[in-house]
Design a protein around this ligand. Structure first.
Ligand SMILES: [Zn+2]
Length: 217
């Protein structure tokens, strides 16, 4: 099961102090989806790996609420203008926390790779929240950011390119664009750097192109 702990955070934008829940321990006994979404047995840890200020909408990891937070006057302005008015009523779902964290990261000038991960996590939360439309919306945003990362010269480590190219295929497959998905699956082979070690990525791409599965075994 997933065990949570309470943590006290102070928002670096509006200085509000609040209590959030963080993950003390979790497990991966719930299996792994073919888009690398790991599931825990029992409660899912994902919504608790990101935190949000319910007053202004600033969101991020624990570090983003520490002295190391990268807060500029421009970021402050974006948060008050765009996040505060968009805060949902009541309990804030994990997907919204990651969406807001993704926007904060973009305003901080984070690498596309990091923004992509936040949107991918927002999509994963939507799966657990049962919101198919929002799930596709966030998958699209993740795909665009991963594509931007793959297209810059040093946006992605050389040995990571094959697996992210596979993930691009899997994102588009889950969005429902099979043609685009297959283009990315076909590209995986040309990105492989170590045939022995990355055999599984080639196999997964082939599998998802010919007879897709939703879960790895
Ligand atoms: Zn705040």
């Amino acid at each position: 099961m997933t065990t949570l702990k309470q943590i006290d955070l102070t928002c670096p934008i509006c200085m509000t102090s609040f209590t959030s829940h963080a993950v003390l321990s979790t497990n991966s006994f719930g299996g792994k989806r073919t888009d690398f979404h790991e599931r825990a047995a029992g409660a899912q840890p994902l919504p608790y790996l990101v935190h949000i200020c319910a007053r202004c909408g600033y969101a991020g990891g624990e570090r983003d609420f520490s002295d190391e937070a990268d807060v500029t006057p421009l970021l402050r302005e974006h948060v008050w203008d765009e996040l505060a008015p968009a805060l949902p009523e009541g309990a804030i779902p994990g997907s919204a926390k990651y969406e807001f964290a993704g926007k904060v990261a973009a305003w901080q000038g984070a690498e596309p790779r990091r923004i992509a991960d936040l949107y991918l996590r927002a999509a994963w939360c939507c799966v657990d929240e049962g919101d198919v439309e929002a799930e596709r919306f966030f998958r699209r945003h993740a795909a665009w950011q991963f594509e931007a990362a793959l297209s810059c010269y040093d946006g992605v480590e050389r040995e990571e390119r094959a697996v992210l190219t596979y993930l691009m295929g899997e994102l588009w497959r889950r969005i429902g664009d099979a043609a685009l998905a297959n283009e990315w699956f076909d590209r995986v082979e040309s990105e492989v750097t170590d045939t022995a070690e990355q055999r599984w990525v080639l196999d997964a791409a082939w599998q998802q192109r010919s007879c897709p599965r939703d879960w790895f075994e």
